[in-house]
Design a protein around this ligand. Structure first.
Ligand SMILES: Nc1ncnc2c1ncn2[C@@H]1O[C@H](COP(=O)(O)OP(=O)(O)OP(=O)(O)O)[C@@H](O)[C@H]1O
Ligand code: SF4
Ligand SMILES: [Mg+2]
Length: 333
């Protein structure tokens, strides 16, 4: 069996809540609270869920910007979490992150060529001339004119700036890119161009992606697998085709009901599932199933016991007492 490129096991990221003048500890905010996930080499996993579910915190822990409270993050078989927030040399090169907002990601006073060359300079890769050649190659790869390397970011559109950010992220030939809402700040017309670019780079270089998004329709044609996150935990994970064809967790069902269908007749007949209430606070999550306060089919057991992820098919798991009971126990719905 091959070792996944990335294996997250029992990952917890808790933030202390401080109150009062002396900053006394007043409990913990459980942003990520027991997550297991794998990403295979050359594959993409989408992490979806509503605002505050812990997606960015998980991405930050993988890239080493956030110290895990406990758990393991294995990269090519070795545990990164044991080194805490330390961004070791290997990790800095092999795992890169692209954020939502390309404007704040680029220094407005720096030529874009220097921004792209920055990681190479930090790691002492190549001579000045070699770096300039690599910058030209990277600009071409992301569909920009190499002759524009000496321009400032404000000479470029939002989509072009995200291309520059992507060029910088792949400068060191990483193996894994964390894409934290990479197209959410862009015009709808530009989004598919950036998604196509990411797709093409993956095909060419065998990159793996952790693609964070609150929008399932964005990841449908992009990701091999989808993990649905709710209040710090994974509610459902599986091949994109399985999750779209057989959404099992009531939260996934509700998220999917908001995704427009290509067939207008099916779209007219479809019932949107509107969830009541807001996401509960991760500082005080509901007992039992995290989703129990908003779940349309919750039963008594849901307030008592936290459901584990159980297998539904070869590559599909959900955490729901009723819809995904352990093998051998019949579900109630
Ligand atoms: N550095 C921090 N200190 C304290 N709390 C934090 C910190 N970072 C995130 N949180 C909290 O952790 C929870 C998860 O936040 P996170 O940003 O990971 O969610 P998200 O799923 O990425 O949301 P969004 O879709 O809005 O980006 C939120 O309640 C957030 O307020
Ligand atoms: S375990 Fe219960 S509350 Fe949670 S999703 Fe399933 S039915 Fe709903
Ligand atoms: Mg986020």
């Amino acid at each position: 069996m091959t070792v996944p490129l990335l294996s997250i096991r029992h990952l917890h990221v808790h933030f202390p809540i401080r109150r009062g003048f002396f900053g006394h500890s007043a409990g913990l905010l459980r942003a990520v609270d027991g997550v297991d996930l794998d990403i295979e080499a050359g594959r993409s996993l989408a992490l979806v869920g509503e605002s505050g579910s812990g997606k960015s915190t998980l991405g930050a822990a993988v890239v080493g910007m956030q110290k895990p409270s406990s758990g393991q993050i294995f990269f090519e078989g070795s545990d990164l979490a044991s080194t805490g927030a330390d961004r070791s040399a290997a990790r800095l090169r092999d795992i890169q992150i692209v954020f939502q907002d390309p404007v704040s990601a680029l220094n407005p006073r720096m030529d874009i060529g220097d921004s792209i060359a920055e990681p190479l300079a930090i790691h002492g890769v190549g001579t000045g001339q070699e770096r300039r050649r690599r910058v030209a190659e990277l600009l071409e790869l992301v569909g920009l004119n190499p002759a524009h390397a000496n321009r400032k970011p404000n000479a470029f559109s939002g989509g072009q700036r995200q291309r520059i950010v992507i060029a910088r992220a792949i400068a060191l030939q990483p193996k894994l890119l964390i894409l934290d809402e990479p197209v959410s700040a862009l015009d709808v017309s530009i989004r598919s161009q950036i998604l196509n670019l990411l797709f093409e780079l993956q095909r060419q270089f065998g990159l793996s992606y952790l693609f964070i998004s609150h929008d399932l329709s964005v990841v449908r044609h992009f990701a091999d697998r989808i993990a649905v996150m709710y209040l710090g935990r994974i509610a459902e994970v599986g091949a994109t085709t399985d999750v779209f064809a057989r959404p099992t967790h009531p939260y996934t069902e509700a998220l999917l009901s908001a995704v427009p269908l290509p067939d207008p007749v099916a779209q007219r007949q479809r019932q949107r599932i509107l969830l009541e209430g807001d996401l509960p606070s991760p500082a005080n999550p509901p007992a039992g199933c995290r989703f129990s306060t908003r779940c349309p089919i919750a039963a008594a057991i849901c307030q008592e016991l936290s459901p584990e992820l159980n297998l539904l098919g070869r590559n599909h798991q959900a955490a729901c007492h009723l819809r995904a009971p352990p093998v051998g126990i019949k579900g109630a719905t």
